[in-house]
Design a protein around this ligand. Structure first.
Ligand SMILES: Nc1ncnc2c1ncn2[C@@H]1O[C@H](COP(=O)(O)OP(=O)(O)OP(=O)(O)O)[C@@H](O)[C@H]1O
Ligand SMILES: [Mg+2]
Length: 452
């Protein structure tokens, strides 16, 4: 297993302000905080992998402070968060400040069409998240992790703004759409976020025992911890996001029987605590989507918004790693890497590590990546003639189109239809005589479908 400290993203996470590559106004603001020896409440907002957590950690290290770090998805619930922060804020200390870092304040959510189990144990039904009223409490069953039993519980919907989604497909074809930091439960109720789940991992599925008895369950049905394997995980587009904040146990059950973590809705707790302990306590919140942070918190914090770093500045960060690691690299490939993941620096750094063999870095499939990008553009333009000129590996191209169908169209129904078509053409590819014609026919089909 890889030691976390050997990961380049950790090894090269800047440890001091002067190691950070930042826009000059942001850097000056941070320098001023360190000169003054204090910060206001801060809200750090920006794209994935742009340095928010890194900056928060540097502030905690450089300021004269005690600190605790909470992660929206790791914590056990509102009361735990409230008590933890209260205890921390009241604890005596010789330091000038106490700082609470709430990393990923906006982390977890599901799509509006996700169905969940609602009602009391003797009268259960399924409801779509988008059909629930924001902030209104209703009965939603949950699982008591100690006793492994389903219990009556209360929850309420939290509208979580617009978010990029992933689709997790299970072995038996069931699908779940969730944000990258939304956690599911793996063996023994260990929570794992979508971005850390891998194909082949298993998550808790209560459908068998629970739904067979449904709707006649009168007393607490035992939850058998059946696990189900993940078949695929793929990126989708941006959609409106929701989650449930539960009162007793911190989970709820999706309509398809998968157990999932609730949100702690920590923002509502913070709102009051920020004022109560404002004397010596400061809060730093990080988030990807500013529109998911409630207004009362935004107005209490100084906002630092991270614009995407210019490509040439990211190039400096990446080349520094190559030089330090004495890895041979090609500048053209570095620029391509930046294009591939822009503006997510974390993914770029991870890719450097992934493709380094014997101190040489080779971005595999560079040629195909360029061609694939062209292919997507030509499909969108409906230009079949030039598609036929491209030098493509057909099998890889079907896979690429399948994985990137959300780049072709934003319409969900069309994406589903296109995915099915691509799968069908890929299947034919294995036994057809002229693979080029089969691929051209596939592209033509996609172009026609886009016009519908
Ligand atoms: N401004 C920067 N200067 C130098 N390195 C950076 C910078 N931003 C990001 N990195 C690199 O990217 C990695 C990830 O950054 P970080 O974890 O701070 O991102 P983040 O903004 O918190 O992302 P997320 O929204 O996913 O939590 C760091 O370990 C570092 O290697
Ligand atoms: Mg972070």
């Amino acid at each position: 297993m890889i030691d976390k400290n050997q990961l380049f993203v950790e090894k090269y996470r800047p440890k001091a302000l002067n190691e950070l590559v930042l826009e000059s106004n942001t850097k000056e603001m941070l320098e001023k905080f360190l000169q003054d020896g204090g910060i206001p409440h801060l809200l750090l907002a920006g794209n994935v992998g742009c340095g928010k957590t890194t900056i928060a950690k540097i502030l905690l290290k450089e300021l004269d402070c005690d600190s605790i770090t909470l992660n929206a998805s790791d914590e056990r619930g509102i009361d735990t968060v409230r008590n933890k922060i209260k205890q921390f804020a009241m604890m005596s200390s010789f330091k000038k400040w106490k700082i609470v870092l709430l990393d990923e304040a906006d982390a977890m959510c599901l799509t509006g069409d996700t169905e969940i189990v609602v009602g009391s144990l003797n009268n259960l039904s399924l409801r779509r998240l988008s059909g629930l009223k924001n902030g209104r409490k209703i009965m939603i069953p949950s699982v008591n992790i100690e006793t492994k039993k389903v219990e009556n519980d209360i929850g309420c919907l939290v509208d979580s703004g617009m978010v990029k989604f992933y689709e997790v497909e299970l072995e038996d074809g069931r699908k779940i759409r969730a944000s990258s930091k939304h956690p599911f439960f793996t063996n023994d109720f260990v929570e794992v976020k979508v971005c850390d789940l891998k194909v082949g991992d298993s998550i808790i599925d209560v459908s068998e025992d629970f739904f067979k008895k449904c709707p006649d369950v009168e007393c607490h049905p035992n939850v058998k911890m059946k696990l189900i394997k993940i078949k695929s995980i793929k990126k989708l587009g941006i959609e409106r996001a929701y989650n449930i904040s539960m009162e007793k146990n911190h989970n709820f059950i999706l309509g398809n029987g998968i157990l999932t973590h609730n949100t702690i809705d920590a923002q509502f707790v913070l709102r009051n605590l920020m004022e109560t302990y404002a004397g010596h306590t400061r809060f730093i919140l990080t988030c990807n989507y500013l529109n998911k942070i409630i207004e009362p918190i935004r107005s209490r914090c100084q906002l630092i918004e991270f614009n995407n770093l210019q490509r040439k500045r990211i190039c400096v960060i990446l080349c520094y790693i190559f030089e330090k690691e004495k890895i041979k690299y090609d500048l053209d490939e570095v620029l391509l890497l930046i294009d591939m993941y822009y503006p997510d620096i974390r993914s770029m750094v991870n890719t450097i590590q992934l493709y380094t063999f014997a101190s040489v870095w080779a971005l595999r499939n560079v040629k195909s990546f360029r061609n694939f990008e062209q292919l997507l553009n030509l499909i969108k333009k409906g230009d079949l003639k030039n598609i036929r000129e491209l030098d493509l590996d057909y099998t890889e191209s079907y896979k690429y189109l399948f994985d990137n169908v959300d780049e072709i169209t934003e319409n969900y129904d069309k994406r589903v239809a296109l995915s099915l078509e691509i799968a069908e053409f890929l299947y034919r590819d294995t036994f057809i005589a002229d693979k080029g014609i089969n691929f051209a026919a596939c592209c033509l089909k996609i172009i026609e479908k886009l016009k519908e």
